[in-house]
Design a protein around this ligand. Structure first.
Ligand SMILES: Nc1ncnc2c1ncn2[C@@H]1O[C@H](COP(=O)(O)OP(=O)(O)OP(=O)(O)O)[C@@H](O)[C@H]1O
Ligand SMILES: [Mg+2]
Length: 259
């Protein structure tokens, strides 16, 4: 953690690699480690993170933006200035559990006709974020939302990939994009997810990782419990602690946060 600034961990990667699963399990350990409340930001417009955390989110930042911009103007009040209303709304849509809070971004900003609203939203999201010692961001497949943040500092970016050459190439492209977008990250690590016992996979991986130049922080095995939980919509955060993927993410968490 840098001074009084929050420790920001972002989970990125291409679609379907397991960003939300890894983010949910990271949140489990971050929120249990006694370093204060964690803010989990779901930056994916599909808003999947809350259900993997067993949390119900009724409204997103995208909804708030629409309400403010709505021609009916129902959002506007003569009693309260717009900036105060926005701050109030962001507080209202943030879901708090005993250990962590969740804020969902919802639909993205679109082709910027709401500049002023977006600036205010960003300002108050940053203000809210400043109250949390740790922030975990489950990214959408692209990185645009990170580039739109006013504070573009990320302490640790985890780039999740499946254990394939194409997947690792994409992870490298994401790292290069993050650099191009001038997102300041202190550390960027590769996480290989859904790794099977297949000997061919195990033998091929070390050389592919080495060639990519990325730093591998851990591998997460293919875990049948995740499939079983996802099948019936059970929160991933409730997986048993001896479940293969949970054990693997705990190791990654310990490497990042010093156990
Ligand atoms: N270690 C694992 N073992 C087994 N299944 C997994 C594992 N990790 C993820 N999955 C499965 O892979 C699918 C995609 O996972 P997840 O939703 O976390 O990916 P994502 O990168 O967040 O996807 P999106 O880009 O759509 O947001 C899910 O069906 C999930 O159950
Ligand atoms: Mg996801």
């Amino acid at each position: 953690m840098k001074g009084d600034k929050a420790n920001i961990i972002a989970v990125a990667g291409k679609g379907g690699t397991g960003k939300t699963v890894i983010a949910s399990l990271m949140l489990k350990f971050l929120s249990e480690n006694g370093k204060g409340r964690v803010l989990a930001i779901d930056a994916d417009p599909a808003t999947c993170l809350p259900s993997t955390l067993g949390v119900k989110v009724n409204k997103t930042i995208g909804d708030v933006r629409e309400e403010i911009a709505s021609p009916s103007g129902v959002f506007f009040s003569e009693q309260m200035p717009t900036d105060m209303l926005i701050e109030y709304k962001i507080e209202e849509i943030t879901v708090n559990t005993p250990l962590f809070s969740v804020l969902a971004m919802g639909r993205s900003e679109g082709p910027g006709c709401y500049c002023l609203i977006n600036d205010m939203l960003r300002h108050f999201i940053d203000k809210l974020s400043a109250r949390f010692p740790t922030i975990l961001i489950d990214c959408e497949a692209g990185l645009e939302h990170l580039s739109r943040r006013t504070t573009r500092d990320v302490d640790t970016m985890l780039v999740v990939s499946d254990p394939t050459k194409r997947g690792i190439d994409t992870a490298l492209a994401i790292k290069n994009l993050a650099e191009k977008l001038q997102i300041n990250f202190r550390h960027i690590y590769l996480v290989l997810n859904k790794v099977t016992e297949d000997e061919a996979v195990k033998n091929a991986l070390p050389a592919m990782v080495k060639d990519s130049g990325l730093t591998l922080i851990g591998t997460v095995p293919e875990d049948e419990n995740i499939r079983a939980y996802d099948l019936v919509g059970k929160p991933i955060i409730e997986l048993p602690k001896d479940s293969k993927a949970v054990v693997a993410v705990k190791e990654i968490f310990e490497k990042i946060c010093g156990g």
